[in-house]
Design a protein around this ligand. Sequence first.
Ligand SMILES: *Cc1c(COP(=O)(O)O)cnc(C)c1O
Length: 376
Amino acid sequence: MQTKKILFTPGPLTTSKTVKEAMLEDMGSRDAAFITAVKEIRTELLRLAHVSKEEGYECVIVQGSGTFGIESVISSATGKDDVLLVLANGAYGERIVSMAAIHKLNHQVLRFSEDEIVSPEAVQQYLKEHPEVTKIACIHSETTTGLFNPIFEIGLVCKQHNAVFIVDAMSSFGGVEMDMKQMNIDFLVSSSNKCIEGVPGFAFALCKRQELEKAKGQARTLSLDLYAQWEGLEKNGQFRFTPPTLSIMAFLQALKELREEGGVEAREQRYKKNKEILDEGLLDIGFKHYLAPDIQGHIITSYLYPQDPKFNFDRFYNKLNDLGFIIYPGKLSKADAFRIGNIGQIFPADVHDLIKAIKAVLAEENIMIKEHSLNA
Ligand SMILES: *Cc1c(COP(=O)(O)O)cnc(C)c1O
């Protein structure tokens, strides 16, 4: 049994030792080193999205988990004369719908099945019938299943319709090349503990300044006021309320390690390689994908439970956990599946080890998916 646990989840993820070590020194929120770190992070995140302050974009860091960042954008950017259209094909899209309901925003929902991507043509058709829509929110990598929605094509539809485009790129940003301008994204939200491989503590919103400025005075909460948060950071580089100091220091180190790895492109390649090895191993054992391969992204993959009635997910999970491998349960409404993430500080050798562990657990449980493969 290994002592180190490896997280094959959508976050929090396995992080490097050096990222964790960056948190060993106490740091005051007014310390020059901290203020500089915040400034560097805000600049670097824009750069990763291929935009800059000079081109009219801003990075706002919001304390809390990823959801806090989404809620900050949704509840601050949607004004009383706006109509928000939420495109939903999974739990994270539904989470935005819940936010819109709680904040009593004028909103509409266009739903797609969990195993289908958002269809840009359907969105276009919907907008023809609903010209009142002014803002559109969509998830990029829908972590419920791991599918990738066609953000570029949806962005084109938003542009045609003159609608503001809000994208939850939580589980993809840093692990998928994204050009905000090219994709017509006005607000892109992600967090510290996903593909940039930092530790939990904050979300960040990359915003088109022109749209961010319109959020002035229309927030529904004090702590999630996106405009006020931005204004605070601009004024003196400080947060309005206690910042996640150590998580910021870890994130600065994580960004450095992302550069050293070769940037987003190299990281994307590593994650894709992880996924390729995982698929090869699991399909060989006999597991089947939940999604059609052409819509399945390389961030997290859904596999259907085996048919064998002896298969018990909790036991499977716990035994893998004892061996040091953390996988992720499913969240689907109409199929039994579990998920395995390909992101974080995991490398091909770790994926091979996970496959070996899965084979060992299935053999121990006497579960046959495909007869020849388990003793391989
Ligand atoms: C992880 C994730 C979030 C945020 O979840 P938190 O638990 O609040 O960090 C939002 N959307 C997607 C698609 C995610 O994968």
